[in-house]
Design a protein around this ligand. Structure first.
Ligand SMILES: NC(=O)c1ccc[n+]([C@@H]2O[C@H](COP(=O)([O-])OP(=O)(O)OC[C@H]3O[C@@H](n4cnc5c(N)ncnc54)[C@H](OP(=O)(O)O)[C@@H]3O)[C@@H](O)[C@H]2O)c1
Length: 281
């Protein structure tokens, strides 16, 4: 039976696709535009339910991103197609106190609740802050100037490697007994923003300077790489973090039986995203 991967070019989706292929599963990559990913592909849009019947035909499972506008149509199409298992990339914010007041959490909760009502076997992969956020946040200044500008250099967070989120989704879709469970997946270690810059520097083989700047200066720079809501959420998180340790989680070792990937490993995997500093004479 086929497993459909929506967003198969996304940072998490592409690892889900590769993980399923490595596990010997038959896969179908779904994207809003034609994609050549070396597997069967289909054009589909989670916000346009009329595209989902063909995408899900003959499928037993699906990996999806959270798209509340189309989720009822997704559920109907999945049931019609005989899909049994769904892995949703959700957000750790959905599990935090005050989730109903947080627009990002509400967005993900709306999809979780629809899947809970659906009768499908669901697994929620509730990701914490993605390590990939640093590419949008700091990529331009690291590439151009070899530095980051942040308002709270000693704030700590526990970035999660997108491949670990994907690995959990693959386990859920391949029968790991994870149905009906919601996992909050944070990174395995709490690191200050300075330490994260140092890890990226180590992967690049050069030092990355860290400049403390007022929040409004950082906000303007961050808005060039991330949507406003993400910028506001991240700034609020850093401001509230103080210099105490961030929450981590042990879901990856507990469920998958291997250590979670560290930020240092992530930085090595993504060194190319930060290269390009002009040579100085
Ligand atoms: N960043 C964080 O810290 C964080 C934390 C918790 C949760 N999250 C969740 O993770 C998501 C981002 O994951 P990511 O980094 O893997 O994203 P990404 O690299 O930006 O990829 C998003 C994927 O979603 C697909 N997509 C977008 N709109 C779609 C639609 N209408 N129908 C079907 N597919 C659609 C895109 O595929 P095509 O363009 O090929 O159609 C793309 O491949 C966020 O949206 C959020 O839900 C993020």
């Amino acid at each position: 039976m086929t497993i459909v991967v929506f967003g198969a070019r996304g940072s998490v989706g592409r690892h889900v696709l590769n993980g399923l292929v490595a596990a010997g599963e038959r896969v179908r990559a779904a994207s809003r535009s034609a994609a050549d990913l070396g597997v069967e592909s289909v054009v589909a849009d989670l916000d346009r339910p009329e595209t989902l019947g063909a995408a899900l035909a003959g499928a037993s499972g699906a990996f999806i991103y959270a798209h509340p506008a189309g989720v009822e149509g997704f559920v109907a199409a999945a049931r019609e197609a005989g899909v049994r298992r769904v892995a949703l990339l959700s957000s750790a914010s959905a599990a935090r106190p005050g989730a109903e007041q947080n627009p990002i959490a509400r967005w993900h909760l709306a999809v979780e609740e629809a899947l809970e009502r659906s009768g499908l076997e669901w697994t929620f992969v509730r990701g914490g802050g993605f390590a990939t956020n640093t590419i949008g946040l700091w990529g331009p200044s690291i590439r151009a100037e070899g530095k980051i500008r942040v308002p709270y250099p000693d704030a700590q967070s526990a970035p999660v490697h997108e491949a670990d989120l994907a690995a959990l989704a693959v386990a859920a879709l391949t029968g790991g007994g994870l149905g009906g469970k919601a996992y909050v997946v944070l990174g395995p270690e709490s690191l200050s923003l300075r330490a994260q810059a140092a890890a990226i520097g180590a992967a690049l083989g050069r030092e990355i300077a860290v400049e403390a700047v007022p929040e409004d200066v950082a906000r303007e720079e961050m808005r060039r790489g991330l949507p406003d809501l993400a910028v506001t959420t991240i700034l609020r998180y850093w401001a509230a973090a103080g210099d105490g340790p961030a929450e981590t989680s042990a879901v990856i070792p507990e469920v998958l039986g291997r250590p979670a990937r560290t930020f240092a490993e992530w930085a090595v995997d993504h060194a190319a995203d930060f290269r390009g500093r002009p040579e100085t004479s």
